[in-house]
Design a protein around this ligand. Structure first.
Ligand code: ATP
Ligand code: MG
Length: 339
């Protein structure tokens, strides 16, 4: 792995939206009438707050299983084969007859922005009975996009997180939608039990109804959630310290092609860092590095190849952080430390 120590095979369950993204670039505008334009690139990827992060987690060395609902259709077949190609287990995917696999068409602008045309599809049909976690089976559970899981009640989400915690897993929650205060109320019970909440800044403001990010973070911590990392796009992230104070970690400048999946990559990187035993700030730096790398190519599976490659990239800007993470990875690989 590029001279870096291999990561321990931490076991992660990625529960939530399993979305097939179809992306094209560069798109200045949709042509009028029946006009057509030639693009440089069109790609299909396994994406969404569960599947997209799962692919990055697998590249970073974790043994990942996806849990979510897909349709009994060709989109679902493509999505499952994309996950399998990245070494992600699809054992937790359930097919919902009559529903289509969740999918998004993304015409990527020349500056990397990504307007999205989305069919929610089967994701919302996942039920609690579809997610049978065996206690102790996972080191971490990423509940990505519970706001999109309409088939699970607030009590179901809380039950799911409680079961994961009882099984000894580190539990992280992120959201998919722009968010509103109704969503925040629905997620409150799950957030109260979770170790971490990692939304972007716009989502956190919309969820809490707070303009000030420190106030918004305070609302999440007041529920009982263990910690918050708020992603800030090119500006990096805000991270809560154990005393509740906020630390800003700057972004890493990269040539941007497409920002699809940057948040999922941040989640994969930060979760990998925590599972390797890094402190929260170093883990968040790893998340920021992963988010930046994904922005350099088309689709949520772009930019990242391995933990060693991400650490080489991070090392060019923050050598001491990359060295500490590599040391944690080395120790974890030797079994000296697991979390
Ligand atoms: N334009 C950019 N340049 C450099 N890094 C970026 C850029 N956009 C995002 N990133 C990196 O990706 C991380 C997550 O990005 P962002 O805040 O956009 O997440 P998000 O809105 O949740 O994305 P997603 O829609 O994929 O879930 C940031 O913390 C940053 O490290
Ligand atoms: Mg996000």
């Amino acid at each position: 792995m590029n001279g870096q120590p291999a990561a321990a095979r931490n076991r992660v369950a990625a529960i939530g939206p399993q979305i097939l993204d179809v992306l094209g670039r560069p798109v200045d505008a949709i042509p009028p009438g029946q006009g057509s334009v030639r693009l440089a690139e069109i790609k299909a990827t396994a994406a969404g707050t569960a599947a997209g992060a799962a692919v990055d987690l697998a590249k970073l060395g974790a043994a990942v299983t996806c849990y979510g609902a897909i349709g009994a259709d060709l989109l679902g077949e493509i999505l499952a084969s994309a996950l399998t190609a990245h070494g992600v287990s699809t054992a937790g995917l359930v097919r919902k007859p009559g529903a289509q696999t969740s999918a998004t068409i993304l015409p990527i602008r020349p500056n990397g922005e990504r307007p999205a045309l989305h069919v929610p599809g089967a994701t919302r049909l996942l039920e609690l009975a579809d997610v049978a976690l065996v206690p102790g089976e996972y080191d971490a559970v990423l509940l990505g996009g519970p706001d999109a899981l309409a088939g699970l009640s607030a009590a179901d989400l809380e039950t799911l997180v409680a079961a994961a915690k009882d099984g000894g897993a580190l539990v992280v929650i992120d959201v998919l939608h722009p968010g509103n205060q109704g969503d925040f109320a629905r997620l409150a019970g799950a957030l109260a039990l979770a170790d971490w909440f990692w939304p972007n800044e716009d989502q956190l403001r919309a969820l809490t109804g707070r303009a000030d990010l420190a106030d918004a973070v305070g609302d999440v911590l007041a529920l009982g959630c263990g910690g918050v990392a708020v992603t800030l796009g090119a500006d990096g992230c805000l991270l809560t310290c154990p005393d509740g104070e906020l630390l800003q970690l700057p972004g890493l400048k990269v040539p941007v092609t497409d920002t699809t999946g940057c948040g999922d990559a941040f989640n994969a990187g930060m979760l990998t860092g925590l599972l390797l035993g890094c402190d929260r700030a170093d883990a968040a730096h790893l998340g920021v590095a992963c988010g930046s790398l994904v922005a350099t190519g088309l689709g949520s599976d772009a930019g990242i190849t391995s933990l060693g490659q991400v650490l080489e990239f991070l090392g060019t800007a923050r050598a001491e952080v990359a060295d500490r993470i590599a040391a944690c990875a080395g120790a974890a690989a030797k079994g000296e430390q697991t979390r």
